[in-house]
Each structure stands twice: as structure tokens, then as C-alpha cells.
Design a protein around this ligand. Sequence first.
Ligand code: ADP
Ligand code: MG
Length: 306
Amino acid sequence: LMQISIPLNFIGFLYREIRQGLADIESMFDLLLVPAEIKDKPGAGDLQAVEGKIAFKDVRFHYDPDRPILKGIDFEVPAGKTVAIVGPSGAGKSTISRLLFRFYDVTDGAVEIDGQDVRDVTQESVRHAIGMVPQDTVLFNDTIAYNIRYGRPDASEEEVREAARMAQIHDFIEKLPQGYQAEVGERGLKLSGGEKQRVAIARTILKAPPILILDEATSALDTHTEREIQSALDEVSQNRTTLVIAHRLSTVVNADQIIVLEAGEIAERGTHLELLDKGGLYASMWARQREADEAEERLRAAREND
Ligand code: ADP
Ligand code: MG
């Protein structure tokens, strides 16, 4: 029995180690967004991101040659302004954010920041200029403080705490037995989707970059927490160029421009009021969201009366 259980244990141990190793590598890629196929041009200089103006110029993109995803996307975000992208799931919204971050290169057309094609400058300088709260955050296997400070390694302890407060995660951290020194990630404490999202928001608040990408940044939060964080996000996005991909339309009402993406094409664009007036896709999405919100409200009221 001994003879057999030792090797089996050992195999189990090896299996877990290898699987963990792979998970670590995966998280690194997700967090740093460094796909192997994107390489800097020889002698590429740094992005000179002074203003933070974004331009997508007739951008076409596919992951797989026989399935075009973006079919000619043209838009600009003037420095300091907010553009929202809405549309059905699978329309290509997150793909737009990945191209801006240069997670992938465009198939045709160009993505520019302050007039510089992102393919002509170093990826590091592009990533430095952008703060991204992705749809799914993967944390480093390190302390929660490290995960927040990653946004700005020279930040003081108090600045880390202040960012955590703004992201509504400070109280949660303080209640952990090891507080800010608690180990998180695959090997440590497993955080919920909403908690991870708040860590990513704290990191971005701390980084305070010229350009912000919020990809359904509050989708894993309950309505109450979402509302509280929204004001912190509104504050960071003040005077910063912001690309917000929204799931909940109420968060885009104040955007300078709303782009409605459908199957890789811009179906409509305008302000909230202009799009409601138009009575098209956005107006029907808005009406549907209102109905869903009201139904949810009735359900909650009924539950409270029970
Ligand atoms: P959205 O954010 O609007 O829901 P995405 O930009 O994530 O949409 O995806 C657009 C389309 O591209 C979807 O059909 C999706 O399945 C596909 N897609 C996304 N990522 C990849 C990938 N890494 N490889 C292949 N197809 C992908
Ligand atoms: Mg998406």
C-alpha cells in the first residue's frame, strides 16, 4: 500500500504544480496583456502621450481570417472626453479596447494616440499611458497591497489605502486577518468577481493615467456598490480621455458621445438624447433596460413585503 500511495501522491503533487504553473503564466498574460505575436518595431520610440486623443481610422480586424470581427470602425475621442461603446454581446466592444491597448494589431486601418500609430511606438509606453479595468480581472499571486500598488509602484501606503477607499474595497481588506498583506490570486485568498473588479478599479485610480478604458468595469457589482464606485470612476475620468464599454446604459447617459456597435459596425452614434430621439437600436435597448430595471425593482419590493 505504501509503495503505491507514494508515487500516486507524487503524481498528484506534480499535476497540481504544473497546473498552477500554467495558471500563473495565464494570469501574467491577462494582466500584462503581452501577447507573444505583438513585437515592437526595431528602434521604436516611446509614445508621446501628452493630450490623450484617440483615433480609430477605418479599423478592420479578425482573430480568424474567415471571420471578420470589426468591419471599418471610425471614431475619435478628443483629449479629456468620454466616449461610450454599447451594443449586443459579441458585437466587438472588448476587441476595440484590446486594439487600443495593442493587445492585438489591426488587420487594416490604424489606431492612433495623439496622432501616433500605436504600431510605431513601444508597447510599454502605450500600456503606461492607459489604465484598463478589463471585463475579467486576474490578480497576481501576491499581496493585495502589491496588486493595487502595481498601478503605480512608487505610491505610498496612504495613497494605496486612499485608492482602495475610493474603490470601496478598503473596509473589506481591513477585515482580512492579514489586511493589506493578505496573499491573493490562484494560490492565496480567492476573491469574488466583484472584489477583484474593485481591486482593479483601485489600481487604476492609483495609476491615474491619461487614458482610461473601462470594459464593463462594474458588471460584477450589485447596484448599490456600483453606484458608489461610479462616482469614484466619474472623478478619475474627469479631464481624462475615457473609453467606457457599458453593460448598464444608465452609466453612459453623460458620455460626450455614445457609439452603438452591432456585428462589428457602428450602427448609430450621438449623445444619449440624440439617440433616444432617433428611435433606433439605442432607443430600443434603453426601453428594454428600463423594463428590466422596473421588473427587478418590483421583485425586490415584493420580496421585502414577504
Ligand atoms: P463584446 O465585448 O462586444 O461582447 P468581443 O469583442 O469580446 O465582443 O468579441 C467579438 C467577437 O470576437 C465574438 O464573436 C467573440 O467570440 C470573438 N472573439 C473574441 N475574442 C476572441 C479570440 N481571442 N479569438 C477568437 N475569437 C474571439
Ligand atoms: Mg466584452
